[in-house]
Design a protein around this ligand. Structure first.
Ligand code: G16
Length: 543
Protein backbone atom coordinates (compact mmCIF):
# COMPACT_ATOMS: atom_id res chain seq x y z
CA UNK A 1 0.00 0.00 0.00
CA UNK A 2 1.35 3.39 -0.96
CA UNK A 3 0.01 6.91 -0.64
CA UNK A 4 0.26 8.73 -3.92
CA UNK A 5 0.08 12.45 -4.59
CA UNK A 6 -1.91 13.17 -7.72
CA UNK A 7 -1.72 16.45 -9.66
CA UNK A 8 -5.14 17.87 -10.51
CA UNK A 9 -6.86 20.91 -11.98
CA UNK A 10 -9.67 22.76 -10.24
CA UNK A 11 -13.26 22.55 -11.45
CA UNK A 12 -15.13 25.85 -11.38
CA UNK A 13 -18.51 24.38 -10.38
CA UNK A 14 -17.95 22.92 -6.92
CA UNK A 15 -20.05 25.40 -4.97
CA UNK A 16 -22.23 23.46 -2.51
CA UNK A 17 -25.94 24.31 -2.46
CA UNK A 18 -28.48 24.18 0.37
CA UNK A 19 -27.22 20.76 1.48
CA UNK A 20 -23.87 19.74 -0.02
CA UNK A 21 -22.64 19.34 -3.58
CA UNK A 22 -25.27 17.80 -5.89
CA UNK A 23 -24.60 17.18 -9.57
CA UNK A 24 -25.45 14.77 -12.33
CA UNK A 25 -23.63 11.43 -12.04
CA UNK A 26 -21.81 12.20 -15.28
CA UNK A 27 -20.40 15.38 -13.69
CA UNK A 28 -19.16 13.44 -10.66
CA UNK A 29 -17.71 10.77 -12.96
CA UNK A 30 -15.28 13.25 -14.56
CA UNK A 31 -11.62 12.55 -13.75
CA UNK A 32 -10.63 13.78 -10.28
CA UNK A 33 -14.01 15.52 -9.73
CA UNK A 34 -14.97 13.73 -6.52
CA UNK A 35 -11.35 13.60 -5.38
CA UNK A 36 -10.94 17.38 -5.75
CA UNK A 37 -13.96 18.08 -3.59
CA UNK A 38 -13.08 15.49 -0.95
CA UNK A 39 -9.49 16.77 -0.72
CA UNK A 40 -10.82 20.33 -0.37
CA UNK A 41 -12.74 19.14 2.69
CA UNK A 42 -9.69 17.41 4.18
CA UNK A 43 -7.67 20.57 3.56
CA UNK A 44 -10.25 22.73 5.34
CA UNK A 45 -10.90 20.37 8.28
CA UNK A 46 -7.47 19.49 9.71
CA UNK A 47 -9.10 17.98 12.81
CA UNK A 48 -9.96 14.90 10.74
CA UNK A 49 -6.30 13.85 10.96
CA UNK A 50 -5.92 11.29 13.73
CA UNK A 51 -9.68 11.23 14.33
CA UNK A 52 -12.78 9.11 13.61
CA UNK A 53 -14.73 9.65 10.39
CA UNK A 54 -18.20 8.29 9.59
CA UNK A 55 -18.96 7.30 5.97
CA UNK A 56 -22.23 6.18 4.41
CA UNK A 57 -24.70 6.95 1.70
CA UNK A 58 -28.23 6.52 0.44
CA UNK A 59 -27.33 3.51 -1.72
CA UNK A 60 -27.77 5.26 -5.04
CA UNK A 61 -25.79 4.52 -8.20
CA UNK A 62 -22.08 5.47 -7.75
CA UNK A 63 -22.34 5.17 -3.93
CA UNK A 64 -20.12 2.11 -3.62
CA UNK A 65 -17.33 3.44 -5.85
CA UNK A 66 -17.41 6.82 -4.13
CA UNK A 67 -17.11 5.18 -0.70
CA UNK A 68 -13.96 3.35 -1.79
CA UNK A 69 -12.50 6.63 -3.06
CA UNK A 70 -13.34 8.44 0.18
CA UNK A 71 -11.82 5.59 2.22
CA UNK A 72 -8.58 5.62 0.20
CA UNK A 73 -8.35 9.39 0.56
CA UNK A 74 -9.20 9.32 4.26
CA UNK A 75 -6.35 6.86 4.85
CA UNK A 76 -3.97 9.07 2.86
CA UNK A 77 -5.07 12.14 4.80
CA UNK A 78 -4.26 10.56 8.16
CA UNK A 79 -7.74 9.64 9.46
CA UNK A 80 -7.29 7.16 12.32
CA UNK A 81 -10.59 5.30 12.13
CA UNK A 82 -13.34 5.13 9.51
CA UNK A 83 -16.77 3.79 10.43
CA UNK A 84 -18.79 2.69 7.41
CA UNK A 85 -22.41 1.50 7.20
CA UNK A 86 -22.79 -2.05 5.87
CA UNK A 87 -23.34 -2.10 2.09
CA UNK A 88 -22.34 1.57 2.20
CA UNK A 89 -25.74 2.48 3.64
CA UNK A 90 -26.41 5.07 6.32
CA UNK A 91 -29.49 7.23 6.41
CA UNK A 92 -28.65 10.90 6.91
CA UNK A 93 -30.08 11.01 10.47
CA UNK A 94 -28.38 7.71 11.37
CA UNK A 95 -25.03 9.09 10.12
CA UNK A 96 -25.59 12.27 12.10
CA UNK A 97 -26.32 10.21 15.21
CA UNK A 98 -23.17 8.09 14.75
CA UNK A 99 -21.01 11.19 14.37
CA UNK A 100 -22.38 12.41 17.70
CA UNK A 101 -22.17 9.18 19.65
CA UNK A 102 -18.75 8.12 18.32
CA UNK A 103 -17.42 11.62 18.93
CA UNK A 104 -16.24 11.58 15.33
CA UNK A 105 -14.58 14.63 13.80
CA UNK A 106 -17.06 14.49 10.93
CA UNK A 107 -18.80 12.39 8.33
CA UNK A 108 -19.10 12.07 4.59
CA UNK A 109 -22.69 11.48 3.45
CA UNK A 110 -22.95 10.35 -0.14
CA UNK A 111 -26.40 11.44 -1.16
CA UNK A 112 -28.40 13.62 -3.50
CA UNK A 113 -31.37 13.22 -1.18
CA UNK A 114 -34.65 12.75 -3.05
CA UNK A 115 -33.25 13.44 -6.53
CA UNK A 116 -33.58 10.51 -8.95
CA UNK A 117 -30.65 8.10 -9.20
CA UNK A 118 -28.98 5.95 -11.85
CA UNK A 119 -26.38 6.67 -14.55
CA UNK A 120 -28.47 9.60 -15.83
CA UNK A 121 -29.55 10.68 -12.37
CA UNK A 122 -27.91 12.71 -9.64
CA UNK A 123 -25.18 12.12 -7.12
CA UNK A 124 -24.08 14.19 -4.18
CA UNK A 125 -21.79 14.50 -1.23
CA UNK A 126 -22.08 16.48 1.93
CA UNK A 127 -19.82 16.87 4.90
CA UNK A 128 -21.20 16.87 8.42
CA UNK A 129 -19.11 18.27 11.22
CA UNK A 130 -18.31 17.11 14.75
CA UNK A 131 -21.60 16.97 16.63
CA UNK A 132 -23.42 15.65 13.56
CA UNK A 133 -24.68 18.85 11.95
CA UNK A 134 -24.20 20.01 8.39
CA UNK A 135 -21.16 22.12 7.59
CA UNK A 136 -21.76 25.78 8.44
CA UNK A 137 -22.02 28.51 5.83
CA UNK A 138 -18.51 29.65 6.75
CA UNK A 139 -16.96 26.20 6.36
CA UNK A 140 -18.92 25.62 3.15
CA UNK A 141 -17.50 28.85 1.71
CA UNK A 142 -13.96 27.79 2.71
CA UNK A 143 -14.36 24.39 1.06
CA UNK A 144 -15.66 26.00 -2.10
CA UNK A 145 -12.76 28.48 -2.13
CA UNK A 146 -10.27 25.64 -1.64
CA UNK A 147 -11.85 23.68 -4.52
CA UNK A 148 -11.22 26.66 -6.78
CA UNK A 149 -7.45 26.47 -6.56
CA UNK A 150 -6.76 22.87 -5.65
CA UNK A 151 -3.82 21.38 -7.55
CA UNK A 152 -3.13 18.07 -5.79
CA UNK A 153 -4.77 15.40 -3.72
CA UNK A 154 -3.50 12.35 -1.86
CA UNK A 155 -4.90 8.84 -2.10
CA UNK A 156 -3.91 5.34 -1.03
CA UNK A 157 -3.57 2.71 -3.73
CA UNK A 158 -4.82 -0.01 -1.35
CA UNK A 159 -7.28 -2.50 -2.81
CA UNK A 160 -11.00 -1.89 -2.35
CA UNK A 161 -12.34 -3.33 0.89
CA UNK A 162 -15.42 -5.49 1.40
CA UNK A 163 -18.14 -3.15 2.65
CA UNK A 164 -20.84 -5.84 2.60
CA UNK A 165 -19.58 -7.90 5.52
CA UNK A 166 -19.46 -6.67 9.12
CA UNK A 167 -15.87 -6.56 10.32
CA UNK A 168 -12.60 -4.63 10.58
CA UNK A 169 -9.92 -3.81 8.02
CA UNK A 170 -6.80 -1.72 7.79
CA UNK A 171 -6.05 0.76 5.02
CA UNK A 172 -2.57 2.28 5.46
CA UNK A 173 -2.60 3.14 9.19
CA UNK A 174 -6.38 3.65 9.26
CA UNK A 175 -8.78 1.22 10.96
CA UNK A 176 -11.97 0.61 9.01
CA UNK A 177 -15.05 -0.79 10.71
CA UNK A 178 -18.04 -1.99 8.72
CA UNK A 179 -20.97 -1.66 11.10
CA UNK A 180 -24.66 -2.52 11.18
CA UNK A 181 -26.34 0.54 9.62
CA UNK A 182 -29.46 0.35 11.78
CA UNK A 183 -28.51 -0.78 15.29
CA UNK A 184 -27.45 2.49 16.94
CA UNK A 185 -30.29 4.40 15.29
CA UNK A 186 -32.88 1.85 16.44
CA UNK A 187 -31.58 2.11 20.01
CA UNK A 188 -31.92 5.88 19.82
CA UNK A 189 -35.56 5.55 18.71
CA UNK A 190 -36.23 3.16 21.61
CA UNK A 191 -34.94 5.79 24.01
CA UNK A 192 -37.35 8.42 22.66
CA UNK A 193 -40.59 6.55 22.03
CA UNK A 194 -42.88 4.17 23.87
CA UNK A 195 -42.31 0.98 21.88
CA UNK A 196 -44.62 -1.04 24.14
CA UNK A 197 -47.53 1.35 23.55
CA UNK A 198 -46.92 1.25 19.79
CA UNK A 199 -46.74 -2.55 19.80
CA UNK A 200 -50.03 -2.70 21.72
CA UNK A 201 -51.66 -0.26 19.27
CA UNK A 202 -50.62 -2.44 16.35
CA UNK A 203 -51.77 -5.59 18.17
CA UNK A 204 -55.21 -4.00 18.54
CA UNK A 205 -55.49 -4.23 14.75
CA UNK A 206 -54.39 -0.73 13.76
CA UNK A 207 -52.45 -0.67 10.52
CA UNK A 208 -49.60 1.36 9.10
CA UNK A 209 -48.08 1.57 5.65
CA UNK A 210 -44.59 2.97 5.20
CA UNK A 211 -43.01 3.41 1.78
CA UNK A 212 -39.20 3.41 1.82
CA UNK A 213 -39.32 4.06 -1.93
CA UNK A 214 -36.47 1.58 -2.57
CA UNK A 215 -34.10 4.01 -0.89
CA UNK A 216 -32.09 3.96 2.31
CA UNK A 217 -34.86 3.63 4.92
CA UNK A 218 -35.86 0.11 3.85
CA UNK A 219 -33.56 -1.70 6.32
CA UNK A 220 -34.45 0.80 9.08
CA UNK A 221 -38.19 0.38 8.56
CA UNK A 222 -38.04 -3.40 8.34
CA UNK A 223 -36.01 -3.63 11.56
CA UNK A 224 -37.96 -1.07 13.59
CA UNK A 225 -41.51 -1.24 12.27
CA UNK A 226 -41.72 -4.94 11.47
CA UNK A 227 -39.19 -6.74 13.69
CA UNK A 228 -39.36 -4.51 16.76
CA UNK A 229 -42.90 -3.12 16.67
CA UNK A 230 -44.64 -6.09 15.12
CA UNK A 231 -46.15 -4.44 12.04
CA UNK A 232 -46.93 -6.87 9.24
CA UNK A 233 -44.13 -7.35 6.68
CA UNK A 234 -46.45 -5.95 3.96
CA UNK A 235 -46.60 -2.69 5.93
CA UNK A 236 -43.23 -1.70 4.44
CA UNK A 237 -43.32 -0.93 0.73
CA UNK A 238 -40.15 -0.50 -1.35
CA UNK A 239 -38.13 -1.93 1.54
CA UNK A 240 -35.15 -3.08 -0.52
CA UNK A 241 -32.68 -0.29 -1.41
CA UNK A 242 -31.91 -0.22 -5.13
CA UNK A 243 -29.22 1.74 -6.95
CA UNK A 244 -31.79 3.42 -9.17
CA UNK A 245 -34.48 3.58 -6.46
CA UNK A 246 -36.48 1.23 -8.67
CA UNK A 247 -36.67 3.94 -11.32
CA UNK A 248 -38.76 6.06 -8.97
CA UNK A 249 -38.38 9.53 -7.53
CA UNK A 250 -38.01 9.11 -3.78
CA UNK A 251 -39.40 12.51 -2.92
CA UNK A 252 -42.35 11.85 -0.63
CA UNK A 253 -45.01 14.36 -1.58
CA UNK A 254 -48.44 14.28 -3.17
CA UNK A 255 -46.96 14.11 -6.66
CA UNK A 256 -44.16 11.55 -6.38
CA UNK A 257 -45.98 9.49 -3.76
CA UNK A 258 -49.41 9.86 -5.33
CA UNK A 259 -50.08 6.15 -4.74
CA UNK A 260 -49.98 6.79 -0.99
CA UNK A 261 -52.55 9.56 -1.27
CA UNK A 262 -54.71 7.20 -3.31
CA UNK A 263 -54.31 4.61 -0.57
CA UNK A 264 -55.16 7.13 2.15
CA UNK A 265 -58.27 8.34 0.37
CA UNK A 266 -59.38 4.90 -0.83
CA UNK A 267 -61.51 2.25 0.86
CA UNK A 268 -59.84 0.28 3.63
CA UNK A 269 -57.02 2.79 4.20
CA UNK A 270 -54.50 2.03 6.97
CA UNK A 271 -54.54 4.26 10.06
CA UNK A 272 -51.16 5.83 9.29
CA UNK A 273 -49.56 6.10 5.87
CA UNK A 274 -46.08 7.51 5.55
CA UNK A 275 -42.96 7.66 3.43
CA UNK A 276 -39.39 8.84 3.57
CA UNK A 277 -37.00 9.98 0.85
CA UNK A 278 -33.72 8.86 -0.74
CA UNK A 279 -31.51 9.48 2.29
CA UNK A 280 -34.14 9.07 4.99
CA UNK A 281 -34.36 12.62 6.27
CA UNK A 282 -37.74 13.65 4.82
CA UNK A 283 -41.19 12.40 5.80
CA UNK A 284 -44.73 12.50 4.51
CA UNK A 285 -47.67 11.79 6.82
CA UNK A 286 -51.19 10.80 5.85
CA UNK A 287 -54.08 9.32 7.77
CA UNK A 288 -57.31 7.73 6.64
CA UNK A 289 -58.80 10.37 4.32
CA UNK A 290 -56.31 13.10 5.17
CA UNK A 291 -52.90 14.48 4.14
CA UNK A 292 -50.99 16.34 6.83
CA UNK A 293 -48.94 19.17 5.31
CA UNK A 294 -45.40 19.45 6.70
CA UNK A 295 -46.16 22.75 8.45
CA UNK A 296 -49.23 21.23 10.09
CA UNK A 297 -47.27 18.12 11.05
CA UNK A 298 -44.72 20.30 12.83
CA UNK A 299 -47.47 22.20 14.66
CA UNK A 300 -49.42 19.08 15.61
CA UNK A 301 -46.32 17.27 16.85
CA UNK A 302 -45.43 20.38 18.86
CA UNK A 303 -48.83 20.20 20.53
CA UNK A 304 -48.55 16.47 21.36
CA UNK A 305 -44.86 15.70 21.85
CA UNK A 306 -45.02 15.97 25.65
CA UNK A 307 -47.01 12.69 25.61
CA UNK A 308 -43.93 10.78 24.43
CA UNK A 309 -41.21 9.44 26.77
CA UNK A 310 -38.30 11.41 25.31
CA UNK A 311 -40.18 14.71 25.57
CA UNK A 312 -42.07 14.51 28.87
CA UNK A 313 -40.30 17.58 30.21
CA UNK A 314 -41.84 19.69 27.45
CA UNK A 315 -40.38 21.74 24.63
CA UNK A 316 -37.75 24.44 25.08
CA UNK A 317 -38.57 26.15 21.84
CA UNK A 318 -39.54 25.49 18.24
CA UNK A 319 -37.84 26.57 15.01
CA UNK A 320 -39.11 26.58 11.46
CA UNK A 321 -37.63 27.83 8.21
CA UNK A 322 -39.02 31.15 7.07
CA UNK A 323 -41.09 29.79 4.16
CA UNK A 324 -42.67 27.10 6.38
CA UNK A 325 -46.26 27.78 7.42
CA UNK A 326 -46.74 29.71 10.62
CA UNK A 327 -48.96 27.03 12.16
CA UNK A 328 -46.24 26.11 14.67
CA UNK A 329 -46.05 29.75 15.81
CA UNK A 330 -49.52 29.47 17.31
CA UNK A 331 -48.60 26.36 19.27
CA UNK A 332 -45.41 28.01 20.53
CA UNK A 333 -47.48 30.96 21.67
CA UNK A 334 -49.94 28.70 23.49
CA UNK A 335 -47.08 26.81 25.14
CA UNK A 336 -45.38 30.12 25.95
CA UNK A 337 -42.09 29.04 24.40
CA UNK A 338 -39.91 30.82 21.81
CA UNK A 339 -40.41 30.33 18.09
CA UNK A 340 -37.38 30.91 15.84
CA UNK A 341 -37.65 31.67 12.15
CA UNK A 342 -34.53 30.60 10.23
CA UNK A 343 -33.52 30.53 6.56
CA UNK A 344 -34.14 27.41 4.46
CA UNK A 345 -31.48 24.78 5.21
CA UNK A 346 -31.24 22.44 8.17
CA UNK A 347 -27.82 23.80 9.10
CA UNK A 348 -29.47 26.94 10.46
CA UNK A 349 -31.20 24.91 13.20
CA UNK A 350 -27.97 23.40 14.51
CA UNK A 351 -26.75 26.36 16.58
CA UNK A 352 -30.16 26.61 18.25
CA UNK A 353 -30.13 22.87 18.97
CA UNK A 354 -26.58 22.93 20.31
CA UNK A 355 -27.43 25.90 22.53
CA UNK A 356 -30.44 23.97 23.85
CA UNK A 357 -32.82 26.72 22.72
CA UNK A 358 -35.14 24.46 20.76
CA UNK A 359 -36.46 20.90 21.02
CA UNK A 360 -38.37 20.62 17.75
CA UNK A 361 -37.78 22.02 14.27
CA UNK A 362 -39.16 21.60 10.80
CA UNK A 363 -39.40 22.79 7.24
CA UNK A 364 -42.03 22.90 4.54
CA UNK A 365 -39.81 20.62 2.42
CA UNK A 366 -41.09 17.59 4.35
CA UNK A 367 -38.45 17.79 7.08
CA UNK A 368 -39.10 17.43 10.80
CA UNK A 369 -36.81 16.48 13.65
CA UNK A 370 -35.93 17.14 17.25
CA UNK A 371 -32.92 17.71 19.46
CA UNK A 372 -32.06 13.99 19.26
CA UNK A 373 -30.15 14.61 15.99
CA UNK A 374 -28.63 17.39 13.96
CA UNK A 375 -30.42 16.44 10.76
CA UNK A 376 -34.03 16.11 9.85
CA UNK A 377 -35.25 12.60 10.46
CA UNK A 378 -37.93 10.90 8.37
CA UNK A 379 -38.45 7.76 10.40
CA UNK A 380 -38.36 9.74 13.65
CA UNK A 381 -41.33 11.79 12.41
CA UNK A 382 -43.22 8.63 11.43
CA UNK A 383 -42.57 7.05 14.84
CA UNK A 384 -43.54 10.28 16.59
CA UNK A 385 -46.90 10.24 14.80
CA UNK A 386 -47.33 6.52 15.48
CA UNK A 387 -46.60 7.08 19.17
CA UNK A 388 -48.98 10.06 19.32
CA UNK A 389 -51.73 7.91 17.81
CA UNK A 390 -51.02 5.11 20.28
CA UNK A 391 -50.81 7.46 23.27
CA UNK A 392 -53.89 9.53 22.44
CA UNK A 393 -56.16 6.84 21.06
CA UNK A 394 -57.17 9.34 18.36
CA UNK A 395 -56.97 8.98 14.59
CA UNK A 396 -54.85 11.27 12.39
CA UNK A 397 -58.09 12.88 11.19
CA UNK A 398 -59.25 13.57 14.76
CA UNK A 399 -55.90 15.03 15.77
CA UNK A 400 -55.92 17.38 12.78
CA UNK A 401 -59.55 18.44 13.14
CA UNK A 402 -59.21 19.21 16.85
CA UNK A 403 -55.97 21.08 16.19
CA UNK A 404 -57.60 23.33 13.59
CA UNK A 405 -60.65 23.85 15.82
CA UNK A 406 -58.35 25.11 18.53
CA UNK A 407 -55.66 27.03 16.60
CA UNK A 408 -57.24 27.72 13.21
CA UNK A 409 -55.91 26.34 9.94
CA UNK A 410 -52.95 27.50 7.84
CA UNK A 411 -53.74 26.50 4.27
CA UNK A 412 -50.42 26.03 2.54
CA UNK A 413 -48.93 25.15 -0.84
CA UNK A 414 -45.57 25.38 -2.55
CA UNK A 415 -45.57 26.00 -6.30
CA UNK A 416 -42.29 25.11 -8.02
CA UNK A 417 -41.27 26.45 -11.41
CA UNK A 418 -38.48 24.06 -12.35
CA UNK A 419 -35.75 24.23 -14.95
CA UNK A 420 -36.12 27.93 -15.68
CA UNK A 421 -33.24 29.71 -17.37
CA UNK A 422 -31.02 31.39 -14.80
CA UNK A 423 -31.70 34.71 -16.56
CA UNK A 424 -35.48 34.36 -16.23
CA UNK A 425 -35.23 33.34 -12.58
CA UNK A 426 -32.95 36.26 -11.78
CA UNK A 427 -35.19 38.67 -13.66
CA UNK A 428 -38.22 37.58 -11.60
CA UNK A 429 -36.36 37.92 -8.33
CA UNK A 430 -34.84 41.25 -9.31
CA UNK A 431 -38.05 42.93 -10.40
CA UNK A 432 -39.86 41.72 -7.29
CA UNK A 433 -37.12 42.82 -4.95
CA UNK A 434 -37.09 46.26 -6.52
CA UNK A 435 -40.86 46.61 -6.12
CA UNK A 436 -41.12 45.33 -2.56
CA UNK A 437 -41.07 48.72 -0.82
CA UNK A 438 -43.95 49.95 -2.98
CA UNK A 439 -46.18 47.02 -2.05
CA UNK A 440 -46.65 47.87 1.62
CA UNK A 441 -50.16 49.25 2.21
CA UNK A 442 -51.41 48.00 -1.15
CA UNK A 443 -54.28 45.59 -1.31
CA UNK A 444 -53.74 42.05 -2.47
CA UNK A 445 -57.20 40.79 -3.25
CA UNK A 446 -58.94 40.37 0.08
CA UNK A 447 -55.80 41.26 2.01
CA UNK A 448 -53.54 44.27 2.62
CA UNK A 449 -49.75 44.03 2.52
CA UNK A 450 -48.34 44.87 5.94
CA UNK A 451 -44.68 44.03 5.28
CA UNK A 452 -42.61 43.27 2.19
CA UNK A 453 -38.89 42.58 2.44
CA UNK A 454 -35.95 40.32 1.75
CA UNK A 455 -35.43 37.97 4.70
CA UNK A 456 -32.20 38.35 6.68
CA UNK A 457 -31.41 36.00 9.55
CA UNK A 458 -29.45 37.07 12.61
CA UNK A 459 -28.26 33.94 14.36
CA UNK A 460 -28.93 34.53 18.07
CA UNK A 461 -26.22 32.06 19.08
CA UNK A 462 -23.12 33.08 17.11
CA UNK A 463 -24.24 36.47 15.82
CA UNK A 464 -23.72 35.53 12.16
CA UNK A 465 -25.92 37.18 9.58
CA UNK A 466 -27.39 35.46 6.49
CA UNK A 467 -28.95 37.86 3.98
CA UNK A 468 -30.94 37.32 0.76
CA UNK A 469 -32.84 34.37 2.19
CA UNK A 470 -36.06 34.86 0.23
CA UNK A 471 -38.53 37.61 -0.58
CA UNK A 472 -41.68 37.81 1.50
CA UNK A 473 -44.92 39.66 1.14
CA UNK A 474 -46.84 39.50 4.37
CA UNK A 475 -50.48 40.44 4.94
CA UNK A 476 -50.41 40.47 8.75
CA UNK A 477 -51.11 36.96 10.01
CA UNK A 478 -53.81 36.37 7.41
CA UNK A 479 -51.79 35.61 4.30
CA UNK A 480 -48.23 35.41 3.06
CA UNK A 481 -46.36 34.93 -0.19
CA UNK A 482 -42.69 33.92 -0.16
CA UNK A 483 -40.48 33.66 -3.22
CA UNK A 484 -36.98 32.18 -3.36
CA UNK A 485 -34.69 30.22 -5.62
CA UNK A 486 -33.95 26.62 -4.69
CA UNK A 487 -30.41 25.73 -3.68
CA UNK A 488 -30.69 22.01 -4.39
CA UNK A 489 -31.54 21.64 -8.08
CA UNK A 490 -29.08 20.24 -10.59
CA UNK A 491 -30.64 21.55 -13.78
CA UNK A 492 -31.48 25.18 -14.59
CA UNK A 493 -33.04 27.30 -11.84
CA UNK A 494 -36.04 26.37 -9.69
CA UNK A 495 -38.22 29.19 -8.43
CA UNK A 496 -40.30 28.36 -5.39
CA UNK A 497 -43.49 30.24 -4.65
CA UNK A 498 -44.81 29.55 -1.15
CA UNK A 499 -48.43 30.42 -0.37
CA UNK A 500 -50.04 30.55 3.04
CA UNK A 501 -53.46 31.67 4.21
CA UNK A 502 -54.80 31.54 7.74
CA UNK A 503 -58.42 30.75 8.56
CA UNK A 504 -59.51 31.18 12.18
CA UNK A 505 -61.32 28.43 14.14
CA UNK A 506 -64.62 30.15 13.31
CA UNK A 507 -63.93 30.10 9.56
CA UNK A 508 -64.22 27.38 6.92
CA UNK A 509 -61.72 24.74 8.01
CA UNK A 510 -62.78 22.11 5.50
CA UNK A 511 -61.67 23.63 2.19
CA UNK A 512 -59.13 22.05 -0.10
CA UNK A 513 -55.80 23.93 -0.13
CA UNK A 514 -56.29 24.50 -3.90
CA UNK A 515 -59.57 26.29 -3.33
CA UNK A 516 -58.44 28.17 -0.24
CA UNK A 517 -55.30 29.44 -1.98
CA UNK A 518 -56.55 30.00 -5.53
CA UNK A 519 -56.89 33.77 -5.23
CA UNK A 520 -53.57 34.20 -3.43
CA UNK A 521 -51.83 32.06 -6.07
CA UNK A 522 -53.19 34.23 -8.87
CA UNK A 523 -52.05 37.41 -7.07
CA UNK A 524 -48.62 35.90 -6.48
CA UNK A 525 -48.17 35.00 -10.15
CA UNK A 526 -49.09 38.57 -11.10
CA UNK A 527 -46.76 40.17 -8.59
CA UNK A 528 -43.89 37.96 -9.76
CA UNK A 529 -44.72 38.65 -13.43
CA UNK A 530 -44.16 34.97 -13.89
CA UNK A 531 -45.75 34.57 -17.27
CA UNK A 532 -44.20 37.71 -18.74
CA UNK A 533 -40.69 36.94 -17.52
CA UNK A 534 -40.56 33.15 -17.83
CA UNK A 535 -43.29 32.25 -20.30
CA UNK A 536 -44.67 29.77 -17.77
CA UNK A 537 -48.40 29.74 -17.18
CA UNK A 538 -48.41 27.09 -14.47
CA UNK A 539 -46.04 25.56 -11.94
CA UNK A 540 -44.28 22.30 -12.79
CA UNK A 541 -44.87 20.90 -9.32
CA UNK A 542 -47.33 21.72 -6.54
CA UNK A 543 -46.69 20.24 -3.11
C1 G16 B 1 -32.36 20.14 1.67
C2 G16 B 1 -32.08 20.88 2.95
C3 G16 B 1 -33.36 21.43 3.53
C4 G16 B 1 -34.07 22.28 2.50
C5 G16 B 1 -34.30 21.49 1.24
C6 G16 B 1 -34.88 22.32 0.12
O1 G16 B 1 -33.11 19.00 1.95
O2 G16 B 1 -31.48 20.01 3.90
O3 G16 B 1 -33.03 22.18 4.66
O4 G16 B 1 -35.29 22.74 2.99
O5 G16 B 1 -33.07 20.98 0.77
O6 G16 B 1 -33.96 23.32 -0.20
P1 G16 B 1 -34.18 24.23 -1.47
O7 G16 B 1 -35.53 24.88 -1.28
O8 G16 B 1 -33.05 25.22 -1.43
O9 G16 B 1 -34.18 23.36 -2.70
P2 G16 B 1 -32.74 17.59 1.33
O10 G16 B 1 -33.77 16.65 1.86
O11 G16 B 1 -32.81 17.79 -0.16
O12 G16 B 1 -31.35 17.31 1.81
Amino acid sequence: MTVREIATTAYSDQKPGTAGLRKKVRVFAQPHYLENFVQSIFDCVPTLRGATLVIGGDGRYHNREAIQTVLAMAAANGVARAVVGQHGLLSTPAASHLIRTLDAAGGFLLTASHNPAGPDGDFGIKFNVKGGGQASETLTRQIHAQSQHIHRYVISDAAAIDIDTLGSHTVEAMQVEIIDSVEAYAELMQSLFDFEAMRAWLRQGHRICFDAMHAVTGPYARRILVEQLGARAEAVLGGVPLEDFGGGHPDPNLVYARHLADLAFGDDAPDLIAASDGDGDRNMILGRGIFISPGDSLAMLAAHLHRLPGYRSGLRGIARSMPTSRAADRVAQALNIPLHETPTGWKFFCNLLDADQITLCGEESFGTSSAHAREKDGLWAVLAWLNVLAASGSSVQQIATRHWQRFGRHYYQRHDYEDLSHEAAQAIMHQLQTRLPTLVGQSLGAWTVSQADSFTYHDPVDGSVAGDQGLRIICADEARIVVRLSGTGTQGATLRLYLERYVSPQGDLAQTPEAALAELAARARDICQLEALSGRTAPTLVT
